[in-house]
Design a protein. Structure first.
Ligand SMILES: *Cc1c(COP(=O)(O)O)cnc(C)c1O
Length: 363
């Protein structure tokens, strides 16, 4: 049974999420705007996120894995398209077809298997074709394209031609132009196919990268799309932990594992109910900070599995009540700021958000 006194609460602002989606839509005249909801919508919950975005008008969704798609498909209306970025592993094709999933075909092998299934069923099956324009990760390599001709595509109803940018968050990286050029060249082979190149950051590179379908993930959830530029996205996530207990420490007292922090003067240490098992990264040890009633309080010592310790010497002792809320992520200290402190990117902050959090959705 779940206690109704959660140790930590992750609040997800669905209005901010949908505002972000609309802001991204507005960047492109005429292009459709999809939503990437892989990895459980970057840790925020694929079902509620997709439902809110569907209600806002989104009709195109992307996940990475067939299992993610199978979980989401029954929750989506039938006019929503659901693309599977990895395509189907051998043996998963029939289930994909039965559930009306649209695999992204990344290799000649995936094209062959999808075509074989379509021909055996005698009905055309939709698919997206992904080409590799320079990331060397997923997608048909340039050398493979000649072998993906009309014969190879027999039975397949191509729905989208796509590629993925490797450095879009850095607008001065020459790779953005190179990938665009290569994508435009590949497009000549299938001039009538709708095209998609831009992830969140790619949208902000400009209209030449937009084509027919935008594929943002991160920016929907508040990740800053462009390095060194103000973040136009609204924060979506708030994370609060709770005070378990606090204590007085004397000058010289060590705190937490290995005494990685020592009090320089007498003070107060609070223990808050979130740790690295919740995806609150251990690299934040002695580097991160939390906020208590709007006031910044430094994280001191190591992040433990289930707790962090915080220097609350500046906080009046009578406000330190057991159960009091501490903000680990809020508007003033968002996922982007936390990522900078942790030495990672905001994607990893989001996708690490723990399974122990009570997720509450603000409509
Ligand atoms: C994850 C992913 C996206 C979304 O990228 P963001 O940077 O989160 O916007 C788009 N396209 C592909 C192929 C992806 O793998």
């Amino acid at each position: 049974m779940k206690s109704d006194v959660p140790a930590a609460t992750l609040s997800i602002d669905l209005t901010a999420l949908c505002d972000n989606w609309r802001l991204l839509c507005r960047q492109a005249d005429g292009a459709r705007c999809a939503a990437v909801v892989k990895a459980d919508a970057y840790g925020l919950g694929a079902e509620p996120v997709a439902a809110a975005l569907y209600a806002a008008g989104c009709r195109d969704f992307f996940v990475a894995l067939v299992v993610e798609a199978l979980a989401l498909r029954p929750r989506l209306a039938s006019d929503a398209r659901l693309f599977v970025l990895h395509g189907a592993l051998p043996g998963a094709e029939a289930e994909c077809a039965a559930q009306a999933l649209i695999p992204v075909l990344n290799s000649r092998d995936q094209v062959e298997r999808w075509s074989r299934l379509a021909r055996s069923r005698g009905t055309p099956l939709p698919a997206a074709l992904q080409v590799d324009t320079g990331m060397a990760r997923l997608g048909l390599a340039a050398a493979e394209l000649d072998r993906v001709d009309a014969a190879a595509l027999q039975g397949i109803e191509p729905a989208l031609l796509m590629s993925h940018l490797a450095s879009a968050e850095d607008p001065v990286d020459a790779l953005n132009d190179l990938q665009l050029e290569r994508f435009q060249a590949v497009r000549q082979r299938w001039p009538r196919l709708p095209c998609s190149l831009a992830n969140s950051s790619g949208i902000f590179l400009g209209p030449r990268w937009h084509f027919d379908l935008l594929r943002p993930g991160a920016a929907l959830y508040g990740v800053a799309p462009t390095l060194g530029r103000p973040n136009p996205m609204r924060p979506v996530v708030r994370l609060q932990g709770r005070l378990i207990q606090w204590r007085e420490v004397a000058a010289g007292d060590g705190v937490g594992y290995n005494h990685a922090w020592r009090a320089a003067s007498p003070g107060r240490i609070a223990t808050v109910s979130v740790g690295y098992a919740d995806g609150y990264l251990r690299s934040l040890s002695n580097r991160g900070h939390l906020r208590f009633q709007g006031q910044r309080v430094p994280l001191v010592g190591r992040v433990s599995m289930d707790t962090v310790t915080v220097d609350v010497s500046s906080v009046p002792a009578d406000s330190l009540l057991p159960g009091a809320a501490f903000d680990l992520i809020d508007e003033a200290h968002d996922i982007n700021a936390l990522a900078a402190e942790a030495g990672t990117n905001a994607y990893e902050i989001l996708t690490s958000l723990g399974s122990r959090y009570a997720r509450t959705y603000i409509p």
